[in-house]
Design a binder for this molecule. Structure first.
Ligand code: PLP
Length: 333
């Protein structure tokens, strides 16, 4: 039995009921410019307008609400200076659950401040993500619960609630295009889509620079890839060599994975701003990038999931002004 059989459509519906009123039901908007480009109706699911600026609050909220009373009293811990850290911090703060986010000394101050602003304790530990993970193990040994960013049933079910919203707003959906990193988002969305109608196509999009899930699917097992600087910084990092859920679910449920270049990502951020009038981060824009580049074959209503907006606004300004920005330092996610 495939391991994802332990996560069902019922879990996604239960997540939706649990997190209702605590996260935004984000708008699905038609994109005339992308529709003209692709030759079929294209709509954008604007998770960039979600609380905390990305969909991660959905999975984090569902995971916290799924804990026992005792677990909630002892608090939660996460390792992420990026969108998962923000989502977990705010979800915990709102539920009165203690939250510690561990990160390395290399994380820039604005990201630390962002997490603190959402009410979490930030613990700076060591010089690498690995050392940060060592600190988490100690906190877990003391009774706190670790909430991982993607490879967890409650997180996957929480992200899957996006799929139910898409089905409600666009019953004629034929193809869904989903930014892909660790695969929690696409696993949840694909579960909801395929349960409703197995002929709905689910396409993952990652960046050319370090696409861990694409390489793992090609290899037939989770493998590590070299992390490289990219405009899609929220898509960086591996899928975990002992991945339990998202790898198998991606293998079983995702129809194709396409990769986009840094130039295509920059172009998508510009398109989102000038044509759709939305601010998106690189990772949030990769679906638009793939559609603009003609990399998604589609016939029928196509949904581009725009997953987040947390971009450095000075970088955003340079990009929309047309500058060819080459990101050099790996940004901590
Ligand atoms: C985390 C994240 C993703 C990827 O989600 P996974 O569940 O890791 O595949 C995509 N876009 C944004 C903005 C994110 O924060």
């Amino acid at each position: 039995m495939p391991s994802h059989a332990s996560i069902t459509l019922q879990d996604v519906f239960a997540a939706r009921a649990r997190i209702a009123g605590r996260v935004r039901q984000t708008p699905l908007v038609a994109s005339p410019t992308l529709s003209a480009r692709v030759g079929h109706p294209v709509s954008l699911k604007l998770e960039c307008l979600q609380v905390t600026g990305s969909f991660k609050i959905r999975g984090a909220t569902n995971a916290l609400l799924s804990l026992t009373e005792g677990e909630r009293r002892r608090g939660v811990v996460g390792v992420s200076a990026g969108n998962h850290g923000r989502g977990l911090a705010l979800a915990a703060h709102r539920l009165g659950v203690r939250c510690i986010v561990c990160m390395s000394r290399l994380v820039p101050q604005n990201k630390i401040d962002g997490i603190k602003a959402h009410g979490a304790d930030v613990r700076i530990v060591g010089d690498s993500q690995d050392e940060a993970e060592g600190a988490v193990d100690a906190l877990v040994a003391d009774g706190m619960t670790m909430v991982p960013p993607f490879d967890h049933p409650a997180v996957i079910a929480g992200q899957g609630t996006i799929g139910i919203e898409v089905l409600d707003d666009a019953p004629d959906v034929a193809t869904v295009v989903v930014p892909l990193s660790g695969g929690g988002l696409i696993a949840g969305v694909a579960l909801a889509m395929k349960a409703a109608n197995p002929s709905i196509r689910v396409i993952g999009v990652s960046m050319e620079r370090g696409p861990a899930m694409a390489e793992s699917v090609k290899a037939g097992r989770p493998i590590a890839v070299k992390e490289m600087p990219t405009l899609a910084d929220s898509l960086g990092g591996g899928i975990g060599l002992s991945n339990r859920y998202t790898f198998a679910m991606t293998q079983a449920l995702v129809d194709d994975i396409v990769l986009v270049s840094e130039k295509e990502i920059a172009q998508a951020i510009r398109h989102a701003y000038w044509q759709e009038q939305v601010v998106v981060e690189g990772s949030g824009s990769v679906g638009i990038a793939a559609l603009l580049a003609g990399k998604i074959g589609t016939d029928g209503h196509t949904i581009g999931l725009v997953s987040g907006r947390n971009i450095d606004m000075a970088l955003h300004k340079r990009l929309i002004d047309g500058e060819d920005v080459e990101v050099s330092a790996p940004s901590a996610s």
